[in-house]
Design a binder for this molecule. Structure first.
Ligand SMILES: [Zn+2]
Length: 448
């Protein structure tokens, strides 16, 4: 769709956009090669491999395009060690005039490969317009799209206002503590340094992701008393106590959670209610390997543990979520003979939600309309991503996720990203830079 057919955006009819759109079209092969190169650096997390290598790759590339770069290692964060250092890169291109800073943040890590692949997960094969590999959609395709958009923009408008930043950060797949959280603590996302943040996660080229639900993770242990398995009445079975916990969840907690609905536009629809996954359960002796020929000894288990993964809505409070679970456990302690428990909180993340009228939302919405010919869909994510750190630690509210790729493919075998989808996202990103970092097209030039 050409720029003239989207009257909702002033920038859509800006004649200065012609050279920018040409610069994007000229970079199609470069976009493909860049995406392939990024996929071919296996940045598996855990354990956190090749972060330095991918930062060096981005450093070489972005310095050639006129960016200043900084390497930042997140010393002392979870997983950071000499074998697997948590390296991050922040690249900045300062414009010729004062103005806001637009920051594209992508995580460089990918999750384990898993089974079921028919393509080389680190081959980056291009087939029928799709590029395959672990991280193709989540989110090296988005990183590549933002780089091409920024490069096309600064090459076309070297005298732009403000600044363009691109960061490649570690550890998003394991919580972002060695990546965006660390950078936010060091001031890289402070509102006086950065004004607009776009995270090119694979939310689809025509959707704007405003935020995400919260999460609370805890381990619950029930206790018992060891005894001979032939005389369980002489001991106390921790697994049966855990059965009572799960029964209380089934009869009380799950029905209460299912009845709660959020106004957040979470996709898929099922995630508009509160949810809880029981991540693992283990009681008694260490589990036997499946191929073991050894027989277990006969003991009443004195400990049983589960890990729960409770996702909560912006309408719920973290304290309320906690109290609901501990209330059930305390009820069992009061009423069930010999019941005792321990609860260890593992982690929590608060929900994050950017206003629809925030400047970055409005800008990207106008440019999606101009490129795609239809208004964007607004969504929120069931799971969290690095927006939580930019919001809570960085105190920056003007942040969205927008990028190419289908969320459903993330972490799956034969993950891919479409070249045409990336090209459309590049256009949206570059045009958003033009809207935010060029003077208004109808601004009257000031006489000297
Ligand atoms: Zn991701």
């Amino acid at each position: 769709m050409d720029s003239a057919s989207a009257p909702s955006s002033k920038i859509a009819t800006d004649p200065r956009l012609g050279p920018l759109l040409q610069a994007i079209a000229d970079r199609r092969d470069d976009l493909i090669a860049l995406t392939q190169d990024l996929i071919r650096i296996p940045t598996l997390n855990p354990p956190g491999e090749n972060y330095r290598l991918i930062c060096e790759y981005l450093d070489t590339r972005l310095r050639k395009s006129g960016f200043d770069t900084e390497f930042i290692r997140a010393f002392g964060t979870p997983g950071d060690c000499e074998a697997y250092p948590r390296w991050n890169i922040v690249a900045r291109r300062q414009g010729a005039h004062p103005g806001p800073c637009v920051h594209f943040n992508s995580h460089t890590d990918v999750v384990e490969v898993g089974s079921g692949w028919t393509q080389d997960p680190f081959g980056g094969a291009l087939k029928d317009g799709l590029i395959y590999g672990r991280g193709a959609c989540d989110m090296k395709g988005g990183l590549a799209a933002s780089i091409i958009a920024a490069e096309a923009f600064v090459a076309t408008f070297p005298d732009h206002a403000g600044a363009v930043e691109i960061s490649g950060t570690a550890d998003e797949e394991s919580g972002g503590y060695g990546g965006v959280a660390y950078l936010a603590e060091k001031g890289y996302f402070s509102p006086d340094r950065v004004q607009h943040v776009i995270i090119p996660e694979p939310l689809q080229k025509d959707r704007i992701c405003l935020g995400h639900r919260g999460g609370w993770w805890a381990e619950i242990e029930t206790f018992g008393e060891i005894a001979h398995g032939s005389m369980p009445f002489l001991g106390d079975c921790a697994v049966r106590h855990m059965g009572a916990v799960i029964d209380a969840f089934e009869t009380t907690l799950y029905t209460a959670m299912a009845a709660r609905h959020t106004d957040m536009p979470v996709v898929p629809e099922g995630a508009r209610s509160s949810t809880m996954n029981i991540n693992s359960i283990h009681g008694g002796q260490a589990e036997r390997p499946l191929d073991s020929t050894a027989l277990p000894s006969h003991c009443v288990p004195d400990s049983c543990r589960i890990v729960i993964d409770r996702r909560f809505l912006i309408e719920e409070s973290l304290d309320g979520v906690r109290d609901e679970v501990t209330g059930l456990l305390d009820g069992l302690k009061a009423n069930r003979p010999k019941f005792d428990y321990a609860l260890r909180e593992l982690n929590h993340v608060l929900p994050s939600m950017t206003d629809r009228d925030a400047p970055v939302v409005q800008t990207v919405a106008r440019q999606i309309a101009a490129v795609m010919g239809r208004a964007p869909e607004y969504v929120a994510s069931p799971g969290s991503y690095d927006q939580k750190h930019i919001d809570r630690i960085g105190r920056l509210k003007n942040c969205i996720a927008y990028g190419p790729g289908l969320l459903e493919l993330a972490h799956k075998p034969d993950e891919y990203v479409g070249v045409d989808d990336m090209m459309d996202s590049v256009a949206v990103m570059a045009r958003s830079l033009a809207e935010l970092l060029l003077p208004a097209p109808d601004a009257t030039p000031t006489p000297d």
